[in-house]
Design a protein around this ligand. Structure first.
Ligand code: ADP
Ligand code: MG
Length: 212
């Protein structure tokens, strides 16, 4: 893909999707956490929206770094630093670039995963953001290896992320507030894995719109 206009479009749509799902994410967090995930995330992405105009015409690394700094300074809770670090690391994958290819996209995801892991010390299977982010990345990679285009790749990533979200219902939370519940966290869907899924789905939606 992508020119910076499309990239800005993606960030804008991602922010709107998170904001639209404020209540949903908060309800999920109320069941196994403290009921603020949607509030935290929508506050952060409202701030991102308000800074979007300043980000236009910047290189992709700068855009992602701006998103990261905005999230770090506005999102409370565990998810602020986690998503902030993810975007900050992702920025290093496209430093100075105005266009990106499939390798860059995979690098963005690899760095984002690295960021979440460095910050939160979690592994897949511990009922966190990683349970949708990692399968989404793996699906992207597999799709690109089959020479599929971005839309197909992100459709596969969305599907994998959703499966990851479903999977979080079956496992015990090992990190964050939900871990205090131990076995009682089983049966509940992880809010952070869900917000990641919503973000990935929003990317696919923009690619779909652009495809028409
Ligand atoms: P808090 O738990 O501080 O209230 P949020 O409610 O905003 O923060 O975010 C909770 C989400 O953060 C969880 O659903 C989980 O997905 C994610 N999370 C918590 N701890 C970790 C961690 N160590 N690594 C990855 N994700 C985590
Ligand atoms: Mg919370």
């Amino acid at each position: 893909m992508a020119n910076t206009d499309l990239f800005i479009n993606i960030i804008e749509n991602m922010a709107k999707a998170v904001i639209e799902n404020k209540e949903y994410l908060t309800d999920l967090d109320r069941a196994i956490g403290d009921g603020d995930h949607g509030i935290n995330m929508s506050k952060g992405f409202q701030a991102v929206l308000s800074k979007l105009d300043d980000m236009r015409d910047k290189d992709l690394g700068t855009i992602l770094k701006n998103v990261a700094m905005t999230l770090i300074s506005t999102v409370g809770g565990a998810s602020g630093p986690l998503y902030g670090t993810a975007f900050l690391r992702a920025a290093t994958a496209v430093d100075g670039k105005m266009d990106i290819d499939k390798t860059d996209i995979l690098n963005i995801f690899e760095k984002a995963i690295e960021g979440v892991q460095t910050r939160g010390k979690a592994q897949v299977g511990e009922k966190t953001i990683l349970d949708s982010l990692v399968p989404a990345y793996e699906a992207l990679k597999k799709s690109y290896e089959k020479e599929e285009g971005n839309l197909e790749a992100f459709r596969a990533a969305e599907e994998a992320a959703l499966k990851g979200v479903e999977y979080t219902k079956t496992i015990v939370a090992k990190k964050g507030r939900a871990s205090y519940l131990g076995e009682r966290s089983i049966g509940h869907q992880d809010p952070g894995a869900t917000s990641t899924y919503i973000m990935i789905k929003s990317i696919k939606n923009i690619l779909e719109e652009n495809h028409k």
